[in-house]
Design a protein around this ligand. Structure first.
Ligand SMILES: O=C[C@H](O)[C@H](O)[C@H](O)COP(=O)(O)O
Length: 331
C-alpha cells in the first residue's frame, strides 16, 4: 500500500464542545452527550479501487486510524506506543505522512513483533519501554469495544505488551472498524476473552476458568504449527467465552481472572481508553469518548476514500475528501 507523500500538518484542534446536555443514556453514572466538534482535519487517503466488502472494511479501518492520528498524535507527542493488529498499519501510515521533520525526534515503542516490524520498515526510531516507561500516546486496535470503552483485546495474542503500553501512556486511543463497536463485550467477538498464561500453569488455569463460568474455554491452537499459540513472551493463550451477564461487568471478571495463579494478563482493558474511533461503512467515523459522549465525524457519503491532492510545505491544501462538519445524530 503506498504511503501518501503529503506532509500534513492538520488542524489538530481537540473536539470543541457545543454540548447537548440531554441525558440520553446512562454510562458509568454519567449521561451520554452528543457533541458537535469543530471542523475536523481533512483526510488525504490514497486511491482505493472498486469497493468490495473487504475494501470497505479496510477503508473503515483506515478512516478510523487516520482520524485518530490527526487528533491525538500531536506535534508535541514524542514517545508514541504502536499497537498491534490489522488496523495499526494505517496508524503508522498516517504518522509517516506527518513527515520526516515531525518524526525525527520521536521514538516509537512497539507492542509486538508485528508492530516492531511496522516501525522499522517505516524507518521510524524504535524504542523500548525499558528506556521510555512514560509514553505520550498509544494508539491500538481492539477486538470489541463496549459502551463505556471497555475492550476485548488479544485476538492476535499481543495483549500483555499492549496493556503495558496502554497503561504507560498519558492517552490511550483505540481504532477499529464498525464491526467492533458494541454495547456488551462478547456479542460480536465470540471466541472469548484472551487470557495469557504461563505454559507450566495452563491446565490448572484452564480448569479454574471453567469453574469461573466459562466451560467452553480452550487453549488457543496455532494454525500453521502443531501445538498451541506461543505469544511474543513465550506464554500460551486461553480463549474463554463467558455468559453475557458476566461480560456486562468486565472489570469484576478481569479482577477474578487476574487472581488465578499462572495468569500473566487478561485481554480485558477496563477504564483505560480515552476515546475509541470506529470507521463506518458510510464513510463516517463514530467516536466514543471516555466520559460518555458520542461524536459522529462525517467524511462524506462514500465509504471508499477518493484520490487526494497532496499538501505542500507541511500545510494543508485542498483535498478531494473533505470531512464535513460533524453531524449530531442519535445512535
Ligand atoms: O492481540 C491483538 C490485538 O489486541 C489487536 O489489537 C486486536 O486483536 C485487534 O486487531 P485487528 O485490528 O486486526 O482487529
Amino acid at each position: 500500500m503506498p504511503i501518501p507523500p503529503a506532509i500534513l500538518t492538520p488542524d489538530l484542534s481537540t473536539p470543541n464542545a457545543t454540548v447537548y446536555p440531554s441525558p440520553l443514556r446512562q454510562t458509568l453514572g454519567q449521561s451520554v452527550q452528543y457533541i458537535k466538534t469543530s471542523t475536523p482535519p481533512p483526510l488525504n487517503p490514497p486511491d482505493i479501487k472498486v469497493p468490495s466488502p473487504t475494501t470497505i472494511i479496510e477503508a473503515s479501518k483506515r478512516l478510523a486510524a487516520w482520524t485518530a492520528v490527526d487528533r491525538h498524535v500531536l506535534p508535541e507527542c514524542k514517545v508514541i506506543g504502536i499497537g498491534s493488529g490489522s488496523t495499526v498499519p494505517y496508524v503508522v501510515e498516517r504518522i509517516v505522512a506527518q513527515g520526516k521533520e515531525m518524526n525525527k525526534d520521536r521514538v516509537f515503542i512497539p507492542t509486538s513483533f508485528q508492530s516492531k516490524e511496522l516501525i522499522v520498515n517505516a524507518q521510524l526510531l524504535l524504542g523500548d519501554v525499558d528506556q521510555y516507561p512514560a509514553l505520550d500516546v498509544t494508539v491500538d486496535g481492539a477486538d470489541e469495544v463496549d459502551e463505556t470503552l471497555n475492550c476485548i483485546k488479544g485476538g492476535g495474542a499481543c495483549h500483555l505488551r499492549e496493556k503495558v503500553l496502554a497503561e504507560a501512556a498519558d492517552t490511550f486511543i483505540v481504532v477499529a472498524d464498525y464491526r467492533k463497536n458494541s454495547d456488551v463485550l462478547g456479542k460480536n467477538f465470540t471466541q472469548g476473552v484472551p487470557i495469557e498464561v504461563a505454559q507450566f500453569a495452563y491446565a490448572k488455569v484452564l480448569q479454574n476458568v471453567h469453574l469461573l463460568g466459562s466451560p467452553n474455554a480452550v487453549l488457543r491452537m496455532a494454525k500453521s504449527k502443531a501445538g498451541p499459540v506461543v505469544t511474543d513472551n513465550g506464554n500460551f493463550v486461553i480463549d474463554a467465552p463467558f455468559p453475557e451477564e458476566m461480560m456486562k461487568d468486565p472489570y469484576t471478571l478481569l479482577k477474578r481472572l487476574k487472581m488465578l495463579t499462572g495468569v500473566v494478563e487478561v485481554g480485558l482493558f477496563c477504564h483505560m481508553a480515552k476515546a475509541a474511533y470506529f470507521g463506518n461503512q458510510d464513510g463516517s467515523v463514530t467516536v466514543k469518548w471516555h466520559d460518555g459522549r458520542i461524536e459522529s465525524v462525517d467524511s462524506g457519503s462514500s465509504p471508499i476514500p477518493k484520490a487526494n491532492e497532496n499538501g505542500k510545505n507541511g500545510k494543508h491544501h485542498a483535498h478531494n475528501v473533505q470531512m464535513r462538519n460533524v453531524s449530531i445524530r442519535e445512535m
